[in-house]
Design a protein around this ligand. Structure first.
Ligand SMILES: Cc1cc2nc3c(=O)[nH]c(=O)nc-3n(C[C@H](O)[C@H](O)[C@H](O)COP(=O)(O)OP(=O)(O)OC[C@H]3O[C@@H](n4cnc5c(N)ncnc54)[C@H](O)[C@@H]3O)c2cc1C
Ligand code: FES
Length: 256
């Protein structure tokens, strides 16, 4: 784990309040696992003090660049959205344990399910699975049509379906509605998104090999502050840290 001032080589808005940023630097050589994240200091000023955890969406080792997609919402991400190509950002990472590619064997089918800002890490995951010879089906859930992104990019890897809560695009409802509509079958499930979505998937597929990435609120990002702990089933005292034990957990490993 290292820090580096990485250079912004590209920065654009790709949907309502959703930005894609491409960063260049030596740190890219350390980035391997889909589902890992970086911790970004969005300003040189004291405020906001805390870094923001953002997932690796695409790792391009040849170009020495990585892509991150984020929603500009609170103080930190709104500041980040104002940065221009040529400026630098202080990046700590890569952090955490990502999705296990080895869980899906060549010739098997993986179902990738993303909700909102949980969609980005699934892109690098889809890329690496397809490269290994795993077939992928992708289901993406969003609140509304305005915030849908990367549908076409995922479609390059496999069948891709979108659900929106308000029904303005794709299946009306949740990702689980889209899965039911298409009667999708699969061997391994990988998902990232809000806890209610992950819980619904865990309950829907209790017997499947499933890996879930949590987006818990974070402080340090490196296991030192306990801001991100979550409980372990059947214990009052045991816990896991999302930043250093996760963010990806096997289904059932932590209480959602
Ligand atoms: C492992 C991981 C990967 C993530 N990947 C992405 C991604 O690829 N794209 C994306 O848009 N978002 C991602 N998130 C969520 C993102 O970190 C928060 O949306 C962001 O930190 C909010 O910062 P803010 O400045 O907009 O909000 P503020 O309200 O200013 O944030 C205040 C504090 O709360 C923390 N915080 C607030 N919401 C969250 C949240 N949902 N998760 C974690 N910390 C939060 C902030 O980091 C900050 O320390 C990820 C979160 C985690 C834990
Ligand atoms: S964010 Fe500090 S321990 Fe996880």
């Amino acid at each position: 784990m290292k820090t580096e001032k990485m250079t912004i080589v590209h920065h654009e808005r790709i949907a309502k309040n959703i930005y894609q940023i491409r960063l260049a630097g030596a740190l890219v050589a350390e980035m391997n696992e889909p589902g890992q994240f970086v911790h970004i200091k969005v300003t040189e000023q004291a405020n906001p003090l805390l870094r923001r955890p953002l997932s690796l969406c695409d790792i391009n080792k040849e170009a020495g660049e990585c892509t991150i997609i984020y929603r500009a919402e609170g103080a930190g991400t709104t500041l980040l959205a104002k940065k221009r190509p040529g400026e630098m950002v202080d990046v700590l990472g890569p952090l955490g344990n990502g999705f296990p590619i080895e869980a899906a064997k060549t010739g098997e089918r993986a179902l990738l399910v993303g909700g909102g800002i949980g969609v980005p890490p699934l892109y690098e995951l889809a890329k690496q699975l397809v490269k290994k010879g795993v077939s992928v089906t992708v289901v993406l859930g969003f609140q509304t049509k305005d915030v849908v992104f990367y549908e076409q990019k995922f479609a390059e890897f496999g069948e891709t379906y979108v659900a929106t809560v308000d029904g303005s695009y794709g299946t009306k409802g949740f990702v689980t509605n889209a899965i039911d509509d298409r009667a999708i079958s699969f061997d391994v499930l990988y998902a990232c998104g809000p806890k209610p979505m992950l819980k619904a998937l865990e309950q829907k597929f209790p017997d499947k090999d499933a890996y879930l990435s949590l987006e818990e609120r974070m402080g340090c990002g490196i296991g030192a502050c306990f801001a991100c702990v979550c409980r372990v089933p059947n214990s009052e005292t045991a816990y896991k840290k999302v930043c250093s034990d996760g963010p990806v957990f096997k289904a059932g490993e932590v209480v959602l």
